[in-house]
Design a protein. Structure first.
Length: 507
């Protein structure tokens, strides 16, 4: 087995995830056949048919000339009239030829248009019903035991310590006199999704987690288990993985915490989301995923389906979900969002030359959710630049809705898959941990996932460079707002102050 193959392959459910290299070759073959048929064979058939038609017209003209000569020989006495008739018939043949030539111009255009549309339609069908990047990943949720019970408790303890450390730093405006959102001590109120959703969060990126906390998370979860799992599930490269946001969210009993589906439909500028359950001493707090076409929930519920602490739900960003209120106790989850980049700066500091991350076209341009996210970002830039909906933005919106709603929501399967059985969790995690040490030397010579570098926070970028060795890390220095990373937008945070950022411990 290659050093970069997935160490947890033996514990995956059989025949759930495909071999993406084999699938890419097969899809390339199908697309090549479609291209050859529509854009080569169809035009050749048309040209042959047009050539036969021209030959038929020429034969008809020759026969007509022969008839003319016979009529001239038989009717010498009516020479003048015959000449006039001949002239008229020659003019008619010339007109017929001209009409035929004129009709060939729009015919060639329509044939080209028909062939192009045929190829595009066949391409959409191939990507919709054959490509696993759409059939499996676009609306699929994957569950696996990514953390052990003890590891979940350890991180929860770190969260509690950080929250106590952060109590004095929380913005006074976070108080909610209506009682709709009761904030746990030390947590901040964060507005997301175009200000339509308010959550209580403790950010791993901006709140005062220590260097040891982030290193623990890096070595236990992110680099060791999460990155290889995302790479295997979504068929991408390690260097294409870029963390967008990472925070702890708490759902407290007695507060209004049910998020309506429509509130989730906001700016989603990431590709993959993961949610890890950190405790189970609560009731309610169900997480449910929504089928937009059938207008019903996917039959999956953290309350009714047995879930162990440390279980991760991994899904695409376009899949809507909601969380119900907690009836008793307090539910705590670790939430993260990741973008899949086709290019990134070579130096890892947003100032280097952009280089390819090696992501295949089927995992990016031919992946409907990935493409929809980029189309949505383009629409937002157009709206900001022109302060109105331009024709280009309108057409882009039509394409986005076609891919996202008409295809993904309507045709693609909505399902929750058990990636690894809970009883295999210990062996699964152990294999990933051991393999990480084996491949670390090789990873040092490759581009690694980007976790805490180059994050844009409240209009500034915090260089929390935990990817570097401890002795090489420096204090984060805020960067001017004009030097933002284009694809590094965190989420719609509106309440995290620069004062909170400055209180972080140096990394």
């Amino acid at each position: 087995m290659s050093s970069l193959e997935y160490a947890g392959e033996s514990w995956l459910q059989p025949d759930l995830l495909p071999d993406y290299k084999t699938i890419s070759k097969r899809l390339s073959f199908y697309i090549t056949l479609a291209f050859a048929f529509w854009l080569v064979v169809v035009p050749i058939i048309y040209l042959l048919a047009a050539s036969e038609e021209r030959d038929a017209l020429q034969e008809k003209a020759a026969a007509l000339e022969q008839q003319e000569r016979e009529q001239e020989a038989a009717a010498q006495q009516q020479k003048a009239g015959t000449r006039r008739s001949k002239t008229n018939r020659q003019k008619q043949v010339s007109l017929d030829d001209n009409n035929q030539q004129e009709s060939q111009v729009p015919s060639e255009f329509y044939v080209s248009l028909f062939a192009s549309l045929g190829f595009v339609w066949t391409l959409i069908l191939i990507l919709t019903f054959i490509s696993p990047h759409n059939t499996l990943l676009a609306r699929g949720v994957f569950s696996c035991p990514i953390l052990s019970l003890q590891e979940s408790k350890d991180w929860l303890t770190r969260v509690e310590v950080t929250a106590q450390r952060n109590v004095e730093s929380v913005n006074e405006n976070d108080a909610d006199p209506m009682g709709y959102l009761k904030l746990p001590p030390g947590f901040s109120k964060v507005h997301r999704y175009n200000q339509t959703l308010t959550t209580s969060e403790l950010s791993v990126l901006t709140d005062p987690f220590t260097k040891a906390d982030r290193e623990w998370l890096m070595n236990t979860l992110l680099q060791t288990r999460l990155a290889p799992t995302i790479r295997r599930v979504y068929g991408v490269t390690l260097e294409s993985i870029n963390l967008q946001d990472l925070y702890v969210d708490q759902y407290t009993a007695g507060t209004r915490r049910t998020f309506r589906i429509k509130e989730e439909n906001g700016n989603r500028d990431y590709d993959v989301a993961f949610r890890i359950l950190l405790n189970d001493d609560f009731t309610g707090g169900s997480t449910r995923f929504w089928n937009s076409f059938q207008k019903r929930f996917i039959p999956y519920n953290l309350e009714t389906v047995p879930q162990n602490v440390g279980t991760m739900l991994l899904h695409n960003n376009r899949l809507l979900h909601e969380d119900e209120h907690v009836r008793d106790g307090q539910k705590t989850i670790l939430v993260g969002t990741v973008s899949i980049q086709r290019q990134r700066d070579d130096n890892g500091n947003n100032n280097g030359e952009l280089v390819s991350t090696g992501v295949s076209a089927f995992a990016s341009y031919f992946s409907f959710p990935w493409l929809v996210t980029r189309l949505e970002a383009f629409i937002q830039r157009q709206s900001i630049q022109y302060n109105k909906t331009t024709k280009v933005a309108f057409l882009t919106e039509l394409l986005r809705d076609l891919l996202d709603s008409a295809i993904c929501d309507t045709w693609l399967k909505h399902e929750v898959y058990t990636l690894v059985k809970p009883e295999d969790g210990e062996s699964f995690r152990s294999a990933l941990d051991q393999k990480n040490h084996v491949i670390q030397a090789e990873l040092d010579n490759l581009k690694q996932p980007r976790w805490f570098t180059g994050k844009e926070v409240t209009g500034q970028r915090e260089e929390a460079d935990i990817d570097q060795p401890v002795e090489e890390r420096e204090s984060p220095e805020p960067v001017v707002e004009g030097d933002k990373m284009e694809t590094g937008h965190d989420s719609d945070r509106t309440d995290t102050s620069a004062e909170n950022v400055n209180k972080n411990e140096e990394l």
